[in-house]
Design a protein around this ligand. Structure first.
Ligand code: SF4
Ligand code: SF4
Ligand code: FES
Length: 526
């Protein structure tokens, strides 16, 4: 392990580390644009210059590898002047766009200008080279070519990650310009990542731009609910509106990337939400207080069991719910309603598209969790048959749709059940057929864990309290169970997870602390 010194601090670093990476481990920032931890080294922005003892000239930290005994300085006047000079050079032809640029607030040029620049421009405004602005280049991206600093991160992403190579530099000198090839727009499922990795406002998100200034947003660590891959994300919100999802680094799951469909999953937390408990009376929905709605639903469930037996009640669980909620769903079915009719509803959403990178055909975040908790997918077919045969008199449906059934099929199926309760987040085919609605919190309005397709149990955190009068699934299930005499004393998701870790073998020994931010494989380590 080489020992090297930076700004007087001695460090032992792993073999093969660059000076820039080693400095990061010591908490020393070396400014950079073209370096990205998950892309090859280009070394073209020249912002990361440092002094290396015995080298006559400044070196770029992103492509200088640490050797034993190396002495580096990043805080000298010589380095400061060089970095300021590079920044001035990069800004020579940059437009005066900050007030109208959607990158403002998270722009690498703004940030480094304040830290390392603060120079007066020596370049006349009218001499700036202008390039094309506001171009829709396909996917989720708008290109503003004159804001580009030619760092090539976007080109390397499309060459090395998606392998689709849609972007390239054209022209020479200060007329160099990033662009797609004529008539060949971005054509891959990961275009949104370009807006994340572009350090300036050249590539911005078509969906997010001009919706909200970034300094007004707060973030919560979360998991994309769009498929079984469980990409780690940061959910950005203002008050109770979710504005965007951005990938959060987890080298064991998604590195630093996420797919385009997953990026738009945030919309479901805002649109068509169920926000207040309601019961259907004479064809119309009547809003109810939680106490009244939970009492009415639990009374109907009790009455059905009394009159027609436990077998006449069925529960369709949802693999979009957390491990904690699924565990309580199983307890409700097994121990309180004592019904054998519990299964989860599989869902692929449309064509069930998948690829060999991140996107999985299973469009649920927690199918594996449901399976590991002993909730069967096969049982679902059995429940559907019993409903069709008129054997089910009361049905609890978790989620907004039943499997991939079209609206009419769900309507026909549920029309035969005298009492249908939906515990879900959004309007949909179940909502239109349900007799009682118990609105549940979206993924950013509650905390818990999901289990990925490979069995990795990962935490997601609450960003803001449930919108309107919605409640977490844990509160709703516990509310029903206790009205039916269960006497449960769960206080939030942590207490439910402790119970899971104690009683469910695949989760044995896990805790929220041991899961940390990158998760743990159920039944093993890693
Ligand atoms: S568009 Fe952005 S990421 Fe691409 S080269 Fe220009 S500055 Fe770099
Ligand atoms: S691959 Fe799946 S989990 Fe990852 S971002 Fe896309 S939809 Fe979300
Ligand atoms: S980060 Fe080193 S040259 Fe760009």
């Amino acid at each position: 392990m080489p020992t090297f010194t930076i700004n007087g601090i001695s460090l032992d670093v792993p073999e093969g580390m660059t000076v820039l990476q080693a400095a990061e481990t010591a908490g020393i920032e070396i400014p950079h644009y073209c370096y990205h931890p998950k892309l090859s080294i280009a070394g073209n922005c020249r912002m990361c210059l440092v002094e290396v003892e015995k080298f006559p000239k400044l070196q770029i930290a992103c492509n200088t590898f640490v050797t034993d005994g190396m002495v580096v300085k990043s805080n000298t006047e010589k380095v400061r002047q060089a970095v300021t000079g590079v920044l001035e050079f990069l800004l020579i032809n940059h437009p005066i766009d900050c007030p109208i640029c959607d990158q403002a607030g998270e722009c690498g040029l703004q940030i480094y200008y304040m830290k390392y620049g603060l120079h007066r421009s020596r370049f006349a405004f009218e001499d700036k080279v202008h390039k094309k602005k506001v171009q829709d280049i396909g996917g989720q991206i708008i290109l503003d070519a004159e804001r580009c600093i030619l760092c090539s991160r976007c080109i390397r992403f499309l060459d090395e990650v998606t392998g689709t190579s849609e972007l390239e530099f054209f022209q020479r000198g200060d007329h160099s310009e990033i662009s797609i090839f004529p008539g060949k727009p971005l054509n891959n499922n990961y275009t949104g990542n370009l807006a994340d990795i572009c350090p300036v406002g050249a590539l911005t998100s078509k969906d997010f731009r001009f919706k909200c200034r970034v300094w007004m947003l707060r973030g919560a660590k979360s998991i994309c609910p769009g498929c079984a891959n469980g990409c780690n994300v940061e959910a950005h919100f203002k008050e109770d509106i979710l504005y965007r999802l951005q990938p959060r680094r987890n080298d064991k799951v998604n590195q630093t990337w996420m797919c385009d469909p997953g990026r738009l999953e945030y919309r479901k937390a805002n649109e068509g939400r169920l926000l207040t408990p309601a019961v259907r009376e004479q064809g119309g929905l009547k809003a109810e207080a939680w106490e009244a709605a939970l009492s009415a639903v639990s009374f109907r469930l009790w009455e059905t069991v009394e009159k027609s037996g436990s077998d006449s009640v069925a529960v369709i669980a949802s693999p979009a719910f957390s491990n904690e909620e699924l565990y309580l769903t199983r307890k409700l079915a097994d121990e309180v309603l004592r019904t054998p009719n519990l299964g989860f509803s599989p869902r692929t959403s449309g064509d069930g598209f998948s690829d060999d990178f991140l996107i999985k055909a299973d469009k649920n975040p927690n199918t594996r969790g449901a399976q590991l908790l002993g909730i069967s997918g096969e049982k679902f077919e059995d429940i559907v048959r019993k409903i069709s045969d008129g054997e089910v008199k009361a049905l609890l449906v978790f989620g907004n749709e039943i499997a991939d059934f079209p609206e009419e099929k769900t309507g026909e199926l549920l029309a035969g059940v005298p009492f249908v309760v939906q515990i879900g987040t959004n309007e949909g085919s179940v909502f239109r057929a349900a007799h009682a609605i118990l609105p549940s919190a979206s993924f950013v309005e509650r905390g818990g864990t999901f289990t990925t397709h490979e069995g990795r149990v990962q935490r997601f955190w609450m960003g803001f309290p449930p919108r309107g009068n919605a409640r977490s699934g844990i509160e709703i299930i516990t509310g029903l169970a206790n009205r039916l005499g269960a006497g449960w004393k769960f206080a939030g998701e942590a207490s439910v997870f402790r119970a899971i870790a104690q009683s469910e073998a695949p989760f044995s020994g896990m805790s929220y602390e041991s899961l940390g931010e990158s998760g743990q494989i159920a039944g093993g380590k890693g």
